[in-house]
Design a protein around this ligand. Structure first.
Ligand code: AMP
Length: 397
């Protein structure tokens, strides 16, 4: 991959597409700074190499031009603290002021541009808008894995204006290499663990993974559609009746491909969807009316954990139950521990998707797995087998 270590950045104005789309509370305090922290190694490397840095990002989903709520100015104090230096700010991401500020930047200085999505042209992938952005830098660096699945002006179209000078940042490189390791070069046995609420968002992932994995573990709410497809009764558990046929096809494909598809054998059930609803355990295909499955049971934890611990590559996306309720988080915690144990034994483990990342963070296991992906949507599209325009644009130059 063409990364920033392979380019002389001295004296260069480096235009870096970062993903600073962080959550802010009503006082504009950043509630999760993971994405900003993830971009720091690339920014610091450019500065240490004698280049200057121009940062561009989107924040939120502004509908109609500039609004204070989505101004990147709100993240300026945090960025200055993290970089231990002053960061300049341009009120508009293109135009005279941005051009002047960028051309007068000295090596070691940092400029942050206002929200790219204040222009509709950004998401439309407008070439003229990309050209105006391109005026701001001598080198283009993409470190925004979170938007790599979008062919936006600043993520892929802009590459046309930097022939021979488009590079991957460290975050982007780490993300893509981790994904490639899992999806293209997995050491066997390869186990994918999928959970979460619905089958519907994960059909293509299941299909693609069935051509690659040795074991496919399905937990969480999505497992009940599979249990029902097998003829079980699932009470009031989450189910997508229109996907029963799809679940049957997945099980058929698993059999044909020699993939072991595991669904929960026992389930923790409750009458109501809340943390304090009294819980019981029953077989997954024998959930009585008036009860719903909210977590995997101990037998299942044992079964899933054994498979995970015997694996050399593990991909995890989606919780095993309603882990937001402490009383139904046991299965998700146990699986997170099994993945960290397997990693300690030498497996490569990749965790991605909002809820699984939240889970490993909550249980302090983030540094006990091999890689935690910062990009939910981009990661899922890659696993579905789709092209990521933010990656392919640079690879094609
Ligand atoms: P997803 O966005 O599809 O990955 O789903 C994540 C959500 O699935 C989390 O908020 C979990 O609470 C929820 N979930 C997991 N297991 C269950 C279940 N058995 N019943 C209802 N919701 C569940």
């Amino acid at each position: 991959m063409k990364n920033i270590d392979q380019y002389d950045l001295r004296g260069k104005r480096c235009l870096i597409r970062v993903d600073f789309n962080v959550p802010l509370d009503s006082n504009f305090t950043i509630t999760d700074d993971t994405r900003i922290r993830a971009a720091l190694p690339t920014i610091k490397k450019v500065l240490a190499s004698g280049g200057s840095v121009i940062l561009m990002s989107h924040l939120g989903r502004p509908k109609d031009g500039p609004v204070d709520k989505y101004s990147l100015r709100h993240i300026l104090p945090d960025l200055e603290t993290k970089l231990s230096q002053k960061v300049k700010f341009a009120d508009d991401c293109i135009g005279v002021q941005a051009n002047e500020m960028s051309s007068s930047l000295k090596p070691g200085e940092v400029l942050l541009l206002e929200n790219l999505r204040f222009y509709k042209e950004e998401e439309k992938g407008d070439e003229n808008f990309a050209k105006k952005l391109a005026l701001l830098g001598d080198v283009y660096i993409n470190d925004a894995f979170g938007t790599a699945h979008r062919a936006h002006a600043s993520t892929s179209i802009i590459v046309r204006f930097f022939p021979g000078a488009s590079l991957f940042g460290y975050l982007m490189q780490d993300e893509v290499m981790s994904l490639e390791k899992v999806v293209k070069h997995a050491d066997k046995p390869f186990t994918a663990v999928l959970g979460g609420a619905k089958v519907s968002g994960k059909i293509e992932i299941i299909n693609n993974l069935l051509d690659k994995v040795d074991n496919l573990i399905i937990g969480g709410g999505m497992a009940y559609t599979f249990a029902k497809a097998l003829g079980g009764t699932i009470g009031d558990s989450l189910v997508e009746d229109d996907l029963i046929e799809t679940a049957l096809e997945a099980m058929k494909k698993a059999k044909a491909n020699g993939v072991k598809l595991l669904i929960p054998v026992d389930t923790v059930i409750a009458a109501e969807f809340n943390n304090d609803s009294p819980k019981k355990v029953c077989k997954t295909g024998e959930i009585p009316d008036g009860f719903m499955g909210l977590d995997i049971g101990d037998e299942t934890i044992k079964l899933f954990s054994e498979t995970i611990k015997n694996s050399k590559t593990i991909l995890w996306n989606g919780p095993m139950g309603v882990f937001e309720f402490d009383n139904f988080a046991h299965g998700t915690i146990a699986i997170a521990h099994a993945i960290s144990d397997a990693t300690a034994l030498g497996a490569f483990s990749l965790v991605g998707g909002g809820d699984s990342v939240a889970a490993v963070n909550k249980y302090n296991l983030a540094d006990k797995v091999s890689y935690v992906s910062t990009g939910g949507g981009a990661m899922l599209e890659y696993i579905e087998g789709k092209d990521l325009p933010g990656v392919s644009a640079i690879l094609a130059t």
